[in-house]
Design a binder for this molecule. Structure first.
Ligand code: AMP
Ligand code: MG
Length: 340
């Protein structure tokens, strides 16, 4: 495995040509996007795509998002391109929005996990964009971590999770958005958000009018419109429990120690919390700032050996939907998912 360090805004063309050659040859290259680090492979090469599933330990029923450099290329991967896709692309691309559209026969089944649709997006990160241009092929790229774990927002996170399983890691610094793209399906009657992200349903409605949110309620696998809705996803090694802001002040430290049998404790909260012996991360109060830091905070907890992580609930407001979704799925406590 080689690490190629590049400038986040003006990446060295020689380094990108190197990584692009690995990709064209069927290799795996992790690279920064504005959301999280992606584990890229030539999307039209089934053997290369199979290596993604193997490296991640990803179940074969979970499809991959294909990254492209232009709208024309995106259109070429679709068997039908709804007019709505052009309006969305105009407003949100390049950016953290994935569009699910009917797929072209050119897309290997492994990419779409046997579905007749494909998820596509144009990433905004200058390194991702330059790498796509250098490679000259569409890149299938899920998050560059072992399946079910916390997505990586730095090259070091990738190295720790995938290490020798990738050929190259392009290190372009931390990812600015920090949570995965909003996934919107245009394949049904009504545009439907399959996975919330930093682009909110309200912003999508401004462009499209009616937009539905897929239910995130626990249910059978077959009933899920998007495999990204698997409940246990985006989870750190530790047990995660959510607590309400009201519980922070007086009862917090006591509750932590009483409930956790003196296991190693981590706390992720909006304000510094005094819980002696615990690993504490104080989070920004704004959504973009919080999202950008969340996965790094979870990785820091894992690195510190936390066995239980207490996370302060975020506001129940629409702009927090993407973050709330990731917290819900990181939490394994019965208090968060009754009956699970
Ligand atoms: P990841 O790239 O690891 O963040 O995961 C990509 C997610 O995008 C998947 O788990 C799915 O939820 C979603 N996705 C990708 N392609 C499709 C598709 N064709 N249909 C529905 N969801 C998709
Ligand atoms: Mg992922």
């Amino acid at each position: 495995m080689r690490i190629l360090r590049v400038d986040s805004t003006h990446p060295d063309p020689a380094a990108l040509a190197d990584a692009a050659a690995v990709l064209r040859g069927g290799g795996l290259v992790a690279f920064p996007t504005e959301t999280v680090y992606g584990l890229g492979a030539h999307a039209l090469d089934p053997a290369a795509v199979a290596r993604i599933y193997e490296a991640k330990g990803r179940p074969s029923y979970n499809p991959l998002i294909v990254h492209v450099a232009s709208i024309g290329e995106a259109r070429g991967l679709a068997s039908a391109w709804p007019e709505a896709a052009d309006r969305l692309a105009e407003r949100f691309w390049p950016g953290p929005l994935t569009l699910v559209v009917p797929k072209s026969p050119e897309i290997p089944d492994a990419v779409s996990a046997g579905l007749d649709t494909v998820g596509v997006r144009i990433p905004a990160h200058p390194v991702a964009h330059a790498l796509l241009l250098a490679a000259g092929v569409p890149l299938a790229a899920p998050s560059a971590n072992r399946s079910m774990g916390v997505s990586p927002t730095t090259a070091e996170h990738v190295r720790r999770s995938l290490g020798g399983r990738v050929d190259v890691i392009v290190d372009g610094g931390p990812c600015p958005v920090g949570i995965e793209s909003t996934v919107l399906s245009l394949a049904g009657e009504v545009p439907t958000v399959l996975r919330p992200g930093s682009i909110s349903i309200g912003e999508l409605r401004e462009v499209l009018g009616e937009v539905a949110a897929a239910s995130a309620e626990p249910s059978g696998r077959a009933a899920r419109p998007s495999p990204g809705m698997l409940d246990r996803h985006y989870a750190p090694a530790a047990e995660v429990r959510l607590f309400s802001p009201a519980a922070r002040e007086a009862t917090f430290a006591k509750a932590v120690w009483a409930a956790t049998d003196e296991r190693r404790v981590g706390v992720i909260a909006f304000a510094p919390v005094s819980a002696s012996g615990a690993e504490v991360v104080a989070m920004p109060a704004d959504v973009p700032g919080y999202a950008a830091r969340l996965y790094a905070a979870l990785h820091a907890m894992d690195a510190a050996g936390a066995e239980v992580i207490w996370i302060e609930q975020v506001p129940d407001a629409p702009e927090w939907a993407g973050v709330r979704d990731r917290l819900r799925r990181a939490a394994t406590g019965a208090a968060v998912l009754p009956g699970e």
